[in-house]
Design a protein. Structure first.
Length: 273
């Protein structure tokens, strides 16, 4: 599997880091844009990406501002919409390279919030969207609101049940261990905006993936939103005894199978952006 880390210029000429992976010996006609989770970066998915490439997808992963190798204050941003606009710049760059190939969004945690906000800001572009561990009603947000601190220390043991995976995260110098109070509050405001504007998601096709035991994002809040959402197609899958990083849990093959099943079910429904 080929893995390249490079950069591109967004719509404002700012340089952002991204990864892409492909198996050069295989043909593909679909692209997955991987949008990383809170604290993470695009290169922090050692099990998910190979599974996607094995199933015939080329994967691009964007490092959000303030995360991974992209510039910006670590774990902070001044406007949530900048993430969404950077995603649109990234999508346009990929589209110019890949032509007719369908682009699918796969967002985890913070990235899921960005992916869900995207059709509200860019309604003219349609994309099948996978939303994993969506950050609705997070205890981290509650902590940020209550405490008089500029940032919140992240407990990485809350992300995965596998101690080996936690050790990987702790050792990874690109993992952000503190998230600004400002960013958490922006996520909270974005969630409220999404919940109050579900009519703008009517044309969407969404797969929601939850870890039943998630201590970073509240699965019950996601289920409540799911029940309210009216759209072209939706599906919710909850995985027992899994925490926030469902792509690295011991039974992660269940997650990968759910993704592949849903992509197969919706194969002929898409209108490529």
């Amino acid at each position: 599997m080929n893995h390249i880390v490079t950069s591109f210029l967004n719509h404002k000429g700012e340089k952002l880091s991204y990864h892409y992976w492909e198996e050069s010996s295989r043909s593909y006609n679909k692209i997955i844009i991987l949008l990383h989770g809170l604290c993470y970066h695009a290169g922090a998915y050692p099990f998910l990406v190979p599974a996607l490439v094995f199933n015939g997808y080329k994967v691009y992963g964007l490092d959000f501002r303030g995360f991974g190798r992209s510039p910006g204050e670590r774990g902070n941003i001044d406007a949530f919409e900048k993430y969404v606009d950077d995603l649109e710049s990234f999508r346009r760059m990929i589209k110019s390279r890949e032509g007719y190939r369908e682009i699918i969004f796969l967002g985890h945690s913070l990235g899921a919030a960005v992916a869900l906000m995207y059709p509200m800001r860019y309604p003219e572009t349609e994309a099948r969207t996978i939303l994993a561990s969506l950050l609705f009603s997070s205890p981290l947000i509650d902590q940020a609101v209550k405490e008089d601190q500029s940032s919140v220390e992240i407990t990485l043991e809350d992300f995965a049940t596998d101690s080996g995976r936690v050790e990987q995260l702790v050792a990874d110098e690109l993992i952000v261990k503190q998230i600004s109070k400002n960013l958490l509050q922006l996520i909270d405001e974005t969630n409220k905006q999404i919940v109050s504007s579900t009519d703008k998601l009517r044309n969407g096709r969404f797969l929601f993936l939850n870890g039943e035991s998630d201590r970073i994002a509240d699965p019950a809040a996601v289920e409540k939103f799911y029940d309210k959402l009216e759209c072209r197609r939706k599906k919710l899958v909850t995985f027992p005894r899994m925490l926030h990083d469902i792509f690295a849990e011991r039974r992660r093959e269940q997650v990968f199978n759910a993704i592949e099943l849903w992509l197969g079910e919706t194969e002929f429904e898409h209108k490529a952006p």
